[in-house]
Design a protein around this ligand. Structure first.
Ligand code: TA6
Length: 292
């Protein structure tokens, strides 16, 4: 079925349907807001009070972070500008769309570099593949972070366990010491309070065992010498795990008060340090979201 386009609150949304699965992605922020598998599982969470009118980044789905994670560059918005600007649709097939954003459309005085972002959303019956490319199209190297800020629909956080974190080191952003590395000792981590962790170097697969399904999130990064290169070099990536829990959820107008009970963010990214991208080079960050 060809990709269709609808407009809601003045915002264009593309709908991709393939082999019984369905995904929706807004041009605003290139934000995927829905993925339903052919087997009937809805894997993406969106806040009931999310702003969908282009006035702020969408609270939920898969917001895209670039060129900074958090706010190390104080003059720039938290998580950068990719998620709160309108992208262009470069191409469509019957099971994918490719969106782009570049510095001729959006940039920032505190980060004045020539870049091109490309985001390809591909739908399969039981899998959503989102490939995020950062390209340096200028003549100066630039520092960046990038991340897919994936909000998962877990149904009930109290019955959810996260497998695949054990033995990895993480930064705990809820602690008084956010720079020391901690070791994850849980084979099967439960989320029962405000959680905000950066698992450093944890690329690969994380399983989120929910009451009604198991969601598999695979994140992988690779470095391309050019977009036309025949092969890439695998890179270590990071995984962020976040649930704001009750008090923080209540403190965000666009995060519905009970929403923290139904969601968990598992976010593949390159965020534990600024990466330097040389002119002409490309970094790929791909996420594969599936259910078993
Ligand atoms: O990914 C986790 C995180 O960095 C948290 O620290 C929290 O700030 C979250 O992102 C949401 O950030 P936002 O700017 O979307 O409210």
């Amino acid at each position: 079925m060809p990709v269709s386009e609808v407009e809601e609150n003045g915002q264009k949304k593309l709908i991709i349907e393939k082999d019984g699965a369905k995904a929706e992605v807004f041009l605003f922020g290139a934000t995927v807001t829905k993925f339903e598998t052919a087997s009937g599982h809805s894997l993406i969470w969106c806040s009931k009070t999310a702003k969908l009118d282009g006035t702020k980044a969408i609270r939920g789905g898969i917001p895209l972070v670039f060129p900074q994670f958090g706010q190390p560059i104080k003059e720039m918005a938290q998580h950068g500008f990719a998620r709160n600007n309108v992208w262009s649709c470069a191409s469509k097939t019957d099971d994918s769309v490719t969106l782009t954003l570049d510095n001729t459309k959006v940039t920032h005085d505190a980060w004045p570099f020539a870049y091109k972002l490309t985001f390809k959303v591909s739908v399969e019956a039981e899998k959503l593949v989102t490939s995020y490319y950062v390209q340096n199209i200028g003549s100066d190297s630039f520092p960046f972070h990038c991340l897919q800020h994936t909000y998962l629909n877990v149904g009930d956080i109290t019955g959810t366990k996260v497998i695949g974190l054990k033995s990895n080191r993480f930064l705990d952003k809820t602690s008084s010491d956010v720079t020391s590395l901690n070791f994850e000792t849980s084979e099967s981590a439960e989320i029962s309070a405000f959680t905000d962790r950066v698992y450093v170097g944890l690329g690969g697969e994380v399983k989120v065992v929910c009451p009604s399904k198991t969601i598999v999130v695979e994140g992988r990064a690779s470095y391309w010498s050019t977009l036309e290169a025949s092969e890439s070099v695998p890179m270590a990536s990071d995984t962020v795990v976040w649930n704001p829990w009750e008090a923080n959820a209540r403190g965000m107008a666009d995060f519905d008060d009970e929403g923290y009970k139904e969601m968990l963010c598992i976010e593949p990214g390159l965020v534990s340090a600024f990466h330097k991208l040389e002119p002409g080079k490309v970094m790929e960050l791909t996420q594969v979201l599936g259910v078993i």
